[in-house]
Design a protein around this ligand. Structure first.
Ligand SMILES: Nc1nc2c(ncn2[C@@H]2O[C@H](COP(=O)(O)OP(=O)(O)O)[C@@H](O)[C@H]2O)c(=O)[nH]1
Ligand SMILES: [Mg+2]
Length: 265
């Protein structure tokens, strides 16, 4: 039996941006991949639009509604929890503006099928000759600064934590990872990596790190982003909060292992 996957699409006031025809084409062309749209308390007609899409594809599309706007992290988390509770082999999340084309997810399902040692695939927007990564210069620079800071914070050679396209294997570890709310509304992908890293360090099996970044052939900055300067400042502050929480968690784990070795203290 072929593997089945589901993509969570977080939507906040996406009525004018959501390319309904493209989603329909994808559903018809790719029977292995279903969709869960999460309406993040939108105030435009997003909710009604998602209900219509769901009605047109009842067995393939779910539309969840959050009554108030909770931010991308919580919208994704709610959708992912619902995906993990289903029977899909792989769960992912994908930005509604389709900056990363949907057909990429088909290739990623094949990769997870073939490479059993990998649990996570992250899209990476790397500008190289022969690829089409279209990003405004200011956003490219801000994005690269943030990505470098995130990589240093995590101590991992990750290139692009913030690409809105991710797919992962449904495992108990993944379920645990999404069971608690994220600290940050936007840079939760860094938290996801921090949690995967903590899991990996605590397992003595010596297996390879289970995350693989997938350089994209094509990515375009779709207009209408509501991510402004204040969000970017907030992202910086959130990165510091994540770094502090990683330290606290590592210190606690170290204390636990010292107590386990030397129970008298
Ligand atoms: N701006 C914004 N986007 C949200 C929110 N909740 C979910 N999203 C979704 O997050 C994804 C990325 O949003 P976008 O504005 O394109 O951000 P950018 O591509 O990082 O500039 C889209 O699918 C949005 O619909 C929210 O509270 N605010
Ligand atoms: Mg976008």
């Amino acid at each position: 039996m072929p593997s089945r996957a589901v993509l969570v699409i977080p939507c906040y006031n996406e009525m004018s941006r959501l390319d309904r025809d493209e989603f329909t084409r994808f559903l018809l062309a790719e029977p292995r991949i279903d969709l869960i749209f999460v309406n993040d308390g939108s105030t435009d007609g997003t909710s009604a639009m998602l209900d219509e899409i769901q009605l047109a594809h009842v067995s393939r599309v779910t539309a969840l509604n959050l009554p108030t706007n909770r931010g991308k992290a919580e919208a994704v988390r709610q959708g992912v929890m619902s995906g993990l509770a289903g029977a899909w082999d792989y769960v992912g999340y994908w930005d509604a503006d389709l900056s990363t084309p949907l057909h990429v997810s088909s290739h990623w399902v094949d990769v997870l099928d073939e490479r059993r040692e990998i649990d996570w695939l992250f899209g990476a927007r790397i500008r190289l000759l022969g690829r089409s990564i279209e990003r405004k210069t200011a956003r490219h620079i801000a994005g690269r600064l943030f990505a470098t800071a995130a990589s240093m914070t995590l101590g991992l050679p990750v290139y692009d934590t913030q690409c809105g396209a991710k797919l992962f294997r449904r495992t108990d570890a993944a379920t645990a990872l999404f069971s608690g709310p994220f600290l940050s509304r936007w840079v939760f992908d860094v938290e996801v990596l921090a949690r995967v890293l903590a899991d990996h360090r605590s397992s003595p099996s010596g297996r390879p790190f289970p995350v693989c970044e997938m350089p994209l052939q094509q990515w375009r900055d779709v207009g209408g982003s509501r991510l402004g300067v204040t969000h970017m400042l907030r992202a910086g502050i959130d990165l510091i909060r994540i770094a502090v929480s990683m330290r606290v968690r590592a210190r606690r784990a170290m204390k636990r292992s010292v107590l386990a070795v030397n129970p008298i203290h």
